[in-house]
Design a protein around this ligand. Structure first.
Ligand code: FES
Length: 208
């Protein structure tokens, strides 16, 4: 190998090594996740004001833990009562507004999930419009053994994993189903933000 090529290889390896080091600790990994989440939270919406909430990450594995997520300009909307939830029974609602494309569903899944709230971190909420071409996912929630999914979409069979922030488990979609960020205050459950862009919108907050 020529001296020049050797030098290029050394520089490349050194950069890869530094990037790896930056994301290797749990704390810095959350920081990496945080940046991505912030990007998804803010999207193209105008940032009106910012507040911070705690967000539990994927249960198990290297991503376990909590991160702080900034919630910019989203309404705080009461959507359910803790005491009225039953395992695997969905509660449908609209968020962040009552306009087209805002259909969402909340469910207490009985198993821990990324972004879950409550004592068992098992209460989550998601959009019910498929991110592929907007197929309706309302009523497609399924609990099978330890798996909790939304789908398959009636149009092209996409299936989303609700224990892992709504990532695509199979099918045509390539974007996670948007997850509604939740908070508990006493017996009340509030929607306070959203990760991911709702299908059919160029920004989640249409009036922002
Ligand atoms: S619209 Fe849902 S998979 Fe295509």
């Amino acid at each position: 190998m020529s001296e020049l090529n050797k030098l290029k290889t050394e520089i490349k390896e050194s950069v890869i090594h530094e990037q790896k080091d930056e994301c290797e600790t749990a704390e810095s990994h959350n920081s990496c996740m945080m940046n991505r989440r912030e990007f998804m939270l803010f999207g193209s919406a105008a940032i009106v004001s910012a507040s911070t909430i705690s967000l539990s990450l994927l249960p198990g594995g290297a991503h376990a833990g909590e991160a702080k997520a900034q919630v910019a300009g989203y309404p705080r909307l009461k959507i359910a009562k803790l005491s009225e939830l039953k395992d695997n029974k969905v509660v449908d609602f609209q968020y962040p507004d009552k306009k087209k494309g805002s259909q969402c569903t909340l469910v207490k899944m009985g198993v821990e999930a990324g972004g879950g709230i409550g004592d068992k971190k098992d209460i989550v909420a998601f959009s019910t419009l498929c991110t592929h071409q907007g197929g309706p996912l309302m009523g497609t929630y399924q609990a099978t053994d330890e798996h909790r999914t939304l789908g398959p979409c009636p149009l092209h069979l996409s299936l989303y994993d609700l224990r892992r922030h709504g990532i695509v488990a199979s099918g045509q979609a390539y974007q996670s189903i948007p997850q509604v960020l939740l908070e508990v205050d006493g017996d009340d459950i509030y929607a306070v933000g959203m990760m991911g862009l709702l299908f059919g919108r160029h920004k989640n907050l249409l009036d922002a």
